[in-house]
Design a protein around this ligand. Structure first.
Ligand SMILES: [Zn+2]
Length: 304
């Protein structure tokens, strides 16, 4: 699948990258009379330049006034430094704090094949943060940036709602046809965030990874996420009760139709988080990824 900047509503585009696997996230563009608004950037210099070239092609001469970071992960933020210095980057306060501490931009650990080369990017943090919600204005265009009210995919998630376009960018609160991931967040919070997503009056929903959704598809996709998160919770409770580690619990879990989703090994990372929630333990990121590679049987897939 090739990357494409697709017009999804009047004044709104979605940058849909490939199969939405590791490090291959979606982004967005919203047109404004006084400059445009981007939703997220990409993991690598190459991918971000490709996105920005397409933005320039559909909005020639229009400056990028704002960029929203839906969360701290590099597949949504590494390209920040390639935006003009005049672009105001916006994120949740917890997102900014998390990105400030994140070290993966300095060198990617060897959990993926190929090991991503970020290229000529450097860490650039949001210059505007918020707590509950924030409205960006560009002429008559509004983008409502809203925190789900709980730790979900990460502690600092944002969704971006464009009322005039009936469009909701969910960041990684939704993965469409790709295995969801909550290792840096909360299983219960991720479940609750689905109810918040359902409250927006959106005709078009752009997930963090995977294909764009229409309103009529949303309920089924939300329900699939609920089923997946409950499956993780059940497997974690059984695993803790049996005294087995998360990797063994993952191997025993029956994924059903989710086994066919890309990145099924994320069950290991999700179980590591669920175990921590049940046992009040400490999350070990490196151990979780080492286990995910063992479950997968090889370094995890990505593309540059
Ligand atoms: Zn992502």
């Amino acid at each position: 699948m090739t990357d494409v900047l697709a017009r999804i509503a009047p004044g709104a585009w979605a940058w849909i990258q490939g199969d939405g696997s590791w490090w291959i996230g979606n982004a967005g563009l919203v047109a404004g009379d006084e400059g445009d608004i981007l939703i997220d950037t990409c993991a690598t210099e190459t991918r971000t330049r490709r996105f920005l070239d397409q933005v320039k092609a559909v909005r020639p001469g229009s400056p990028i006034r704002f960029a929203v970071n839906t969360h701290l992960h590099g597949d949504h933020t590494h390209g920040n430094s390639l935006l003009p210095g005049s672009t105001i980057i916006v994120g949740h306060s917890q997102m900014r704090a998390g990105l400030a501490e994140d070290t993966i931009i300095d060198g990617c650990p060897p959990f993926w094949n190929p090991v991503p080369d970020w290229g000529g990017v450097r860490k650039r943090l949001p210059s505007v943060t918020y707590e509950d919600r924030l409205v960006l204005h560009s002429g008559s265009t509004e983008v409502h940036v809203v925190h789900p009210g709980c730790v979900a995919h990460t502690p600092g998630d944002s969704v971006a709602f464009v009322p005039a376009a009936g469009t909701l960018f969910t960041g990684d609160l939704l993965f469409h046809g790709v295995t969801p991931l909550v290792f840096m967040g909360s299983l219960d919070g991720a479940l609750r965030s689905l109810d918040r997503i359902a409250e927006f009056d959106a005709d078009v929903v752009v997930p963090g990874h995977g294909a764009v959704l229409r309103r009529e598809d949303l309920d089924a996709v939300l329900e699939a996420h609920r089923r997946y998160y409950r499956l993780i919770r059940t497997a974690a409770r059984a695993g803790v009760a049996a005294g087995i580690p998360p990797l063994e619990a993952a191997r025993r879990a029956e994924l059903g139709d989710f086994a066919a989703f890309p990145d099924a090994e994320r069950i290991v990372l999700n179980l590591h988080r669920a175990y921590v929630e049940i046992t009040d333990g400490t999350f070990d990121l490196l151990a979780a990824f080492e286990d995910a590679v063992l479950y997968h049987g090889a370094p995890l897939p990505t593309s540059v």
